[in-house]
Design a protein around this ligand. Sequence first.
Ligand SMILES: [Zn+2]
Ligand SMILES: [Zn+2]
Length: 246
Amino acid sequence: MIGRLGRPVLHLGRRLFDLVLPPRCKKCGALVTDDDGLCAECWSNLTFLGLPWCACCGLPFDYDVGVDAVCGACVAAPPVFSTARSALAYDDASRELILRFKHGGDETLSRLFARWMMLAGEGLMEEPSLIVPVPLHPWRRIRRRFNQSALLAADLARLTGLQSDPLSLIRVKRTPSQGGLGKAARKVNVQGAFTIDPDRRTRIAGQSILLIDDVWTSGATAEACIRACRKAGSGPVSLLTVARVL
Ligand SMILES: [Zn+2]
Ligand SMILES: [Zn+2]
C-alpha cells in the first residue's frame, strides 16, 4: 500500500522476481495473483471478526443489537482497556498461520496481518496515539531472534503514519510460557512482569496507547501491560490483536 509509489525500482525488481517465482498463497502454497495474499479457499476458512460486536471488547454478537451495545462480561467487570479489537477468531485455520509467523519470522505475514488489524481496529488509530507492542523478555527475544508483536507494530505504524515505540514497555520478569495455564494462573504468572523503562516515562505519560499483540487468549498479558502503562501516567490504552480466542 503505502510506500509502493516511492519504491518503483524495488517494485519492478519484485515483478521480475515474480516471473521466476510467482506469488503463492501464504498458507497452502497455491499460486495466487496478488503478493502477500491467501488463495480463495484459505481465505474463506478464516473467521474475520466484525460488526455486530461488543462496542468495548469486540466480542462478536450473533445478531445486531446496536453499535453501542456492550457484552455481559464487559458490563460485569469493566476491562482495563478502553477498547479492544481482533482481526480473526483464533481457530485451526488462523492458528496455523500465526504459528508460522511466530516461529518462522515470515515478515510478509506481518504485513498481511497488519492490514487486517488496521481494518478491525478502525477508529482506534485516532491521533495522538502511540503504538506499543507487547515485549518479549530479552532472553526469549534472542532465542526467537525477533519479537512478533514489534514486527506487527512496525507494519501498523507504516500503514497508519502513527509512531511505534517498541522500547518503552519492557518485560522485567522472565515468566514461563502461558501455554497450558488456566485463566487465574496466567494472571499470577504475568503479575509484575512489565514496567515502563524509567528513562522513557516521558514518552508514555499522557499518551493514548494502542497495545499490539498476536493472540488474545485470557487477556492476562495485555492487562499486565496496560497496568504498567497506566502506572507510568499514560492515557487510555486500547488493545489490537491479530486473533482472539473466543
Ligand atoms: Zn491457500
Ligand atoms: Zn465486551
